[in-house]
Design a protein around this ligand. Sequence first.
Ligand code: NDP
Length: 281
Amino acid sequence: AQIVLEEVKTEVVTLKQQGIEPCLAVVLVGDDPASHVYVRNKVEKAQYVGIRSLEFRMDATASAQQLLEQIDALNSESSVHGILVQLPLPAHIDESLVLQRINPNKDVDGFHSENVGGLSQGSDVLTPCTPTGCIRLLKDSLGEDLSGLHAVVVGRSNIVGKPMAALLLQENCTVSIVHSKTKNIQDICQQADILVAAVGRPKMITADYLQSGAVVIDVGINRIQENGKSRLVGDVDYEDVFAKVKAITPVPGGVGPMTIAYLMLNTLKAAHSQFKETCKD
Ligand code: NDP
């Protein structure tokens, strides 16, 4: 993650020399403590790499209409290149309606259906930060060419599992997706050269799920109570699998920081492409 941040930092300097100041707008609705921590981390990293960040906080009682108006204003503000609406939103607001309202060119989370469709067709679009960062981790560990490797993705959410599978397919992996209705999950996982766990179940993946030498990406972030203390663990039982795997991402400290680094990279990418568009005009 630190390497990616340094790359972004250097690129930001180049963009600024061309007269563009990349800018990320983060919208936070309500007072979910975890969301506040995530937003603070994002804003801090933006400052670190030299990306201007704007924060818009709205009351938990804000209406969907108020949020949509905020998004409209950011869509039409040309100095804003990236827009991120921190999820989850309060229950009375339809998440998909909100995500669809963001200009796809500013959709640094890659959740707009235009970007989701583009990813599935292999177009050069903004792709979700977590799985895109996971591809970078895999390439840093296994080399640029992931062709022919069997990747098993545990979980099929729109945010992680599905885009992860699409990105692995783009890298010419043979991809299996398993989920809560899959039979014989363990047998399928045992065939994995690459296993990506995005389930939300603490320490579900134990050594019995893996073949020796597998590379494991643990996306899960779960808070558990252990010996009277609260701590974060992944979906993989790190201690149990450690001796068996070729490489594994720790929790915390693995995919989480990489996700934020890729948010910075996506903001840069968005700023680049909007700059190119204005040059054309
Ligand atoms: P979701 O709850 O949206 O999806 C979980 C997926 O896991 C579903 O597809 C579900 O299957 C599947 N699943 C649930 N139980 C089982 C089981 N017993 N066996 C197999 N599959 C199962 O979660 P997310 O994808 O949003 O997040 C997953 C984890 O990753 C969470 O811990 C989350 O906190 C973390 N996360 C971390 C990020 C980071 O930056 N590091 C970013 C985003 C998420 P089904 O579809 O059948 O219900």
